[in-house]
Design a protein around this ligand. Structure first.
Ligand SMILES: [Zn+2]
Length: 488
């Protein structure tokens, strides 16, 4: 049964909010007041379900490595940070510990999934199909609620014993196979996917609970709960493409009652929503960049939008750089007057342009002022480190990357750059050992556990007399060996 799309944002809800949309600028005093008003989440105790929180964390990390090994990911520090910021603004409303990771999957279909322990994945298609940040936030809030309510560990059949890892592997395998043109493999995997749908599906009650709890998170974080209902309706209207990865609404059964219930529930919130121009500008930067990096942007549409829309312009400039059409990219960048919201992405894109031209000194001049203002910005720090490497300044790169690696120990882009920087430090007596250590981290977090252990064993053999390094390598080797043998 089709439900009519109703554009029903209450006038009262449109009042401009004093709560800034971005997580970093959030006014927490307002939020605490609202928290008491909205937060009504069943207390689950600490040991409800079949697996403990510690086991969930180990599972989450293991599944992250499998997902990285098998699912195509969009790796772009700026985009990841923006998506993470939306995610963190919702996740921080929960009592959960630190999330493992949020992965942006290079897949055009609308989908998202969550794994115990705090691993979340959102398809690029979910981002490009959305109309605003609140709709993306709605999908995330719903997934986060499944995890906080521990729906996975409470579903008896699917997640006993090795079930979860096997399912995660199958899920990833299906995603990869669905992108190949092998019809035979597709048919076989189609039947596996049908089985998987049943095993991964949440119950109707779990869906209702995830909608309800997710909307509370949204409201407290300053997002419009109606956007969750909007997105469900959008999903129902969108014609589903043929895909062998279980569809979001197969794993999250979307019935007419659930949709009308979600709409009614959303209307009960009287949230001060931030509908600022800046927030929508940020959304457009995110959506267009996702489309270009995912490889499914409509380039003609981008070209016609670019002269009057800087977000489209910046995405088109990145596309031209990818295509080595440097003059076209430079024409756009020269004509762009970035707003405050667009400044970081503009600077990163201009740096990319100089790097692609081999003009590293200019690239440094472009990025350094931004780094001095915001040294904690991961995308900016990574870009600066990369330019330092290209400009043969490995010690400067190393300093930035070492600090990043302790903040983001699962970030393969940090370890990759560290490996490259170390390789240039020809005067270092432990260069070869460190190159192997950093390579081991890249391999490990990309799901190549065996190769990672081999790299570390090699590093161990090369290390003759450095006691501190010896202890470090031994400790890490033990952790990796335990992780490889992890039986859940
Ligand atoms: Zn769901």
């Amino acid at each position: 049964m089709k439900t009519l799309f109703l554009s029903t944002v209450c006038a009262a809800n449109l009042a401009f909010s004093s709560i800034a949309w971005s997580h970093g600028d959030m006014d927490w005093s307002n939020i605490t007041a609202e928290k008491n008003q909205y937060l009504d989440i069943p207390d689950l105790g600490s040991q409800v379900g079949l697996i403990s929180r510690q086991q969930e964390k180990q599972i989450g990390e293991k599944v992250l490595r499998q997902v990285r090994q098998q699912l195509p990911e969009i790796q772009d520090a700026w985009l990841e940070d923006e998506i993470n910021q939306i995610f963190a603004s919702i996740y921080s409303q929960t009592n959960m510990g630190k999330p493992i990771a949020l992965v942006v999957v290079r897949d055009q279909q609308i989908n998202a999934f969550a794994v115990p322990g705090g691993l979340f994945a959102i398809n690029a298609g979910t981002i490009t199909a959305s109309h605003n940040i609140d709709e993306i936030a709605g999908v995330m809030a719903h997934e986060i609620a499944h995890v906080t309510q521990r729906h996975y560990s409470r579903s008896q059949e699917a997640f006993k014993g090795q079930g979860l890892l096997a399912l995660a592997g199958l899920l990833a395998g299906i995603a990869v196979a669905s992108q190949s043109s092998d019809a035979g493999a597709a048919v076989m995997l189609g039947s596996q996917a049908a089985m998987l749908d049943r095993q991964l599906s949440y119950s109707r009650n779990q869906e209702r609970e995830a909608d309800r709890v997710g909307m509370q998170y949204m409201a407290i974080a300053g997002y419009n709960p109606e956007s969750m209902a909007d997105f469900f309706e959008l999903m129902q209207r969108s014609s589903t493409q043929l895909s062998y990865l279980p569809d979001f609404w197969l794993t999250h059964p979307l019935t007419a009652e659930r949709m009308s219930e979600a709409r009614l529930r959303a209307r009960q919130y009287n949230v001060k929503i931030n509908n600022s121009l800046e927030k929508q500008q940020k959304f457009e930067l995110i959506r267009w960049r996702t489309a270009v990096l995912g490889g499914y942007a409509n380039i003609n549409q981008l070209k016609s939008l670019a002269p009057r829309n800087s977000a489209a312009g910046l995405a088109l400039a990145s596309y031209y750089i990818q295509q080595s059409q440097y003059q076209n990219a430079k024409d756009i960048l020269d004509a762009t007057q970035p707003t405050a919201i667009q400044k970081t992405l503009y600077t990163l894109t201009l740096s990319d342009w100089y790097m692609a031209q081999g003009q590293y000194a200019q690239a440094l001049q472009t990025i350094l002022p931004l780094y001095r203002i915001a040294p904690e910005n991961r995308a900016v720090a990574l870009k600066l480190a990369e330019i330092y490497i290209l400009n043969k300044q490995p010690n400067d790169a190393n300093k930035i990357l070492t600090s990043l690696s302790s903040r983001f120990p699962m970030d393969t882009s940090v370890w990759q750059l560290l490996q490259r920087a170390e390789d240039l430090r020809v005067d270092s007596p432990v260069r070869a050992i460190n190159v192997l250590r950093y390579r081991a981290e890249v391999q490990f977090w990309n799901g190549q556990e065996e190769e990672a252990i081999k790299s570390l064993l090699h590093a161990q053999r090369l290390n003759k007399d450095n006691e501190a390094l010896k202890a470090q390598i031994e400790g890490r080797l033990k952790q990796m060996q335990d992780a490889r043998q992890l039986k859940i």
